[in-house]
Design a protein around this ligand. Structure first.
Ligand SMILES: C[S@@+](CC[C@H](N)C(=O)[O-])C[C@H]1O[C@@H](n2cnc3c(N)ncnc32)[C@H](O)[C@@H]1O
Length: 246
């Protein structure tokens, strides 16, 4: 699987902040607010935070020294910048398809900016989520920024898409499989519907919150149940809305 290392080379990594960090103020404000709440509430000892497809790991740098931070990404260029930015965090260059950790190893697992979409296969994505849930100790939380297929057409109407000319294109009848063109090239992505995340996570967590910022949904599952003691009913899903993208 060569797509991310080829796209996320040194040149693209250099332009990443300009394209995907600075213009998205609203998304990142919500992201930091949700993270601050989770970091305060998840159990300590072990207090690990695993960020999947961490890229340059700017979120770690905003919570330096809070939890033991482990970033996983397949791009050496992204990780080189992540290490510079976060000297106290640990990073592993590995594929999200195969990475595994011991059960109960951490308190928080995150995956931001739809990094899971690069697995480009619904079963691979489900497998990653199942493994991530296994790594969490009871009381832990999982936070994914997801790109639901029904929201993706909205990207092409965003101020950002108008300004840059970057577009998303369905690879079928809907945006379950899609591609995205930007200066990195053509990104091949898969977006399972929100319901499939809820189906996987609902029985394993005490609560699920969804916060919408434009086409992005911040999906936060908290209160990981003890393994072997799943909840009888699906977790609570109180819908919340945080308004426009920027
Ligand atoms: C859109 S960027 C998101 C980076 C970061 N999470 C953020 O919020 O800025 C997607 C990241 O996922 C990484 N990635 C894509 N596919 C991957 C895979 N199969 N295994 C590990 N990392 C992957 C890419 O290298 C890239 O850094």
């Amino acid at each position: 699987m060569t797509q991310p290392p080829l796209i996320y080379g040194p040149g693209y990594a250099e332009s990443y902040d300009e394209i995907y960090l600075h213009p998205w103020r609203r998304k990142h404000e919500v992201n930091l607010r949700l993270l601050a709440g989770l970091i305060d509430e998840v159990p300590r000892a072990p207090a690990g935070w695993v960020d999947l497809g961490c890229g340059q790991a700017w979120q770690f740098s905003r919570f330096e020294g809070r939890l033991h931070q482990l970033g996983i990404d397949l791009s050496p260029a992204q990780l080189a910048r992540a290490r510079e930015r976060n000297p106290r965090a640990r990073f592993v260059c590995a594929d999200l398809r195969t990475i595994d950790l011991p059960a109960g190893w951490c308190s928080l697992v995150t995956c931001f900016w739809g990094a899971y979409c690069y697995l480009d296969d619904t079963e691979e994505i489900a497998g990653l989520i199942r493994r991530a849930c296994h790594w969490l100790r009871p009381g832990g939380a999982l936070y994914f920024e997801i790109l639901p297929p029904e929201n993706l057409a909205g990207f092409n109407d965003s101020e950002f898409a108008y300004g840059t000319g970057f577009r998303v294109t369905p690879r079928g009848d809907d945006y379950g499989r899609w591609s995205y063109e930007d200066p990195g090239g053509r990104h091949l992505m898969t977006s399972p519907p929100t319901a499939s995340f809820l189906e996987l996570l609902g029985p394993l967590f005490g609560r699920i919150d969804t916060v919408h910022t434009g086409f992005m949904v911040h999906l936060v599952a908290s209160g990981r149940c003890a393994p072997g003691a799943p909840r009888a009913a699906a977790a609570e899903v109180p819908p919340t809305r945080a308004g426009g993208e920027r």
